[in-house]
Design a protein around this ligand. Structure first.
Ligand code: GDP
Ligand code: ZN
Length: 458
């Protein structure tokens, strides 16, 4: 438990209807009480109640701000500590006045993520749940949000705990055998170890399979729009961005070279790469030139190849199709409002019908089909089920892979009748690696690194 009390503005800074300042720690209630003028004394009110009043300067007794104050007593709060939330009028001045007063009391400014860090260190949530909170804040689509919310609620933790439970049972079984070697159950134990390791490895595999989808939900599908000049790439990009623009993000450190445009289609976030200098025209390819477009293509998870249907296929286009063979690609036959000149037979040599989308960006026709093709390509319907747990965090993925490898080692060793106590080491290792996902036995520096990704006030 922490002995100091922290405070931060928990809503986005700037003008808004209201702003919330959160205070957490052993002195939260009594300290806020010193600057709060209301009918009720905060130190006497029931937990989880809201109180109207004024923030007053403790020296001059001047009313500084009209507020609502919510009291949540330990341990029934986000941090498990006493928490006071002050809802003030939105706006920079109002919030600053209240914060300045609070920081003159026995309260210090919270570090970014410190509330969530306390929730973790006080045992209210595990590390994977805390990491889910970051994802929640950063999610750019409804679906990414739902997945992150599940993680915060502990869906991944539950799954990992099930697997750890199986491994603990296995370890117990091994322990018994080591203690009673005269029982001649060596081969039985070996079979047991193989069965259980296989079971857990299969479950880890299922989780790892969700990683690709999880990554997409989190980071978006990196999408390159390619094609010859004048086929309608810019027009397509503009249309997609207008209908679906979600958020424009500048990634620190790379702002000069690459700006990422996020667009959400059927709840699937697409990350359209946009290079410096071509932002005004929003054109991914024509100004990059052939060489650089090859690079954009090599990085992309999805390629949208735009063709002009009113012209025959060009040699460049055939070469491009050859070059991107085997990649995830959707062919857009644009300008279908004009008489078609495209040779479909050639196209079909490269792409099945469902990946060829006739379109007229100008007449706004075919956009639905494009959106459908993208959904089908990436989620083939299975994601809709909803109760899948997704793994998308690189730290979790790395630990799952390590744990699986340890189990594979245990499995192989058991098969070769290597002494049981040797196998025990691998099973224990697998268990520890799973536990690390939940934040058990992880070092301070890792914890600091994870929580430093949070914004202030969370
Ligand atoms: P880019 O060079 O590939 O980026 O192509 P643009 O988006 O700049 O479009 C080139 C020209 O084609 C513009 O004059 C557009 O108005 C026109 N264009 C784009 N889409 C269509 C379409 O579906 N039908 C027709 N007829 N013209 C289009
Ligand atoms: Zn263009």
């Amino acid at each position: 438990m922490f002995s100091d009390t922290i405070a931060a503005i928990s809503t986005a800074v700037g003008e808004g209807g209201i702003a919330i300042i959160r205070v957490s720690g052993p002195d939260a209630v009594q300290e806020v009480e010193r600057i709060f003028n209301s009918k009720n004394k905060l130190t006497q009110v029931a937990s989880h109640t809201v109180h109207y009043g004024h923030i007053v300067d403790p020296e001059t007794r001047e009313n500084l701000e009209e507020v609502l104050v919510t009291v949540m007593r330990a341990p029934r709060s986000f941090t498990t500590e006493d928490v006071v939330e002050i809802s003030a009028h939105g706006g920079v001045i109002s919030v600053k006045r209240v914060m300045d007063l609070l920081l003159q009391l026995n309260i210090r400014l919270a570090e970014p993520g410190e509330f969530t860090k306390r929730a973790f260190l006080n045992g209210r949530i595990d590390l994977s749940q805390a990491e889910g909170v970051i994802d929640l804040i950063r999610s750019k689509s409804d679906r990414a949000f739902s997945v992150a919310l599940k993680q915060v609620e502990g869906s991944l933790s539950r799954k990992i705990n099930e697997l750890r439970h199986i491994l603990v049972e296995t370890l117990a079984h091994i322990e018994v055998n080591i203690d009673y070697p005269e029982h001649d159950v060596e081969s039985l134990t070996s079979a047991f170890i193989r069965e259980k390791s296989k079971l857990v490895m299969d479950e880890i595999d299922k989780l790892l399979k969700t990683a690709q989808e999880g990554k997409i939900l989190r980071e978006g599908i990196t999408t390159a729009i390619v094609g010859r000049p004048n086929v309608g790439k810019s027009s397509l990009l503009n249309t997609l961005a207008q209908d679906n623009r979600a958020i424009v993000t500048d990634i620190p450190g790379t702002t000069r070279d690459v700006i990422e445009e996020f667009v959400t289609i059927n709840n699937i976030p697409l990350k359209l790469l946009d290079t410096a200098g071509i932002r005004e025209t929003m054109d991914v390819v024509e100004q990059i030139g052939v060489e650089r477009s090859k690079h954009a293509v090599s990085e992309a998870d999805l390629i949208l190849l735009v063709l002009n249907a009113s012209e025959p296929l060009h040699q460049d286009e055939l070469e491009l199709m050859e070059q991107i063979r085997g990649r995830q690609c959707i062919v857009i036959m644009n300008k279908m409002d004009l008489p078609s000149q495209l040779d479909l037979d050639i196209l079909h040599r490269y792409y099945p019908d469902e990946l060829i989308v006739p379109m007229s960006v100008k007449a706004e026709e075919g956009i639905d089909r494009l959106e459908e093709a993208i959904s089908n390509l990436f989620f083939s319907g299975q994601i809709e089920g909803g109760d899948l747990t997704y793994v998308s965090n690189v730290r979790h993925i790395a630990l799952l892979k390590k744990s699986k490898q340890s189990l594979q080692d245990a499995y192989d060793a058991a098969e070769q009748f290597i002494p049981i106590d040797m196998i025990q080491i691998d099973v224990r290792l697998a268990w520890e690696q799973l536990s690390e996902i939940l934040g058990e036995a992880v070092g301070d520096s890792l914890i600091d690194q994870i929580f430093s990704q949070f914004c202030l006030g969370k």
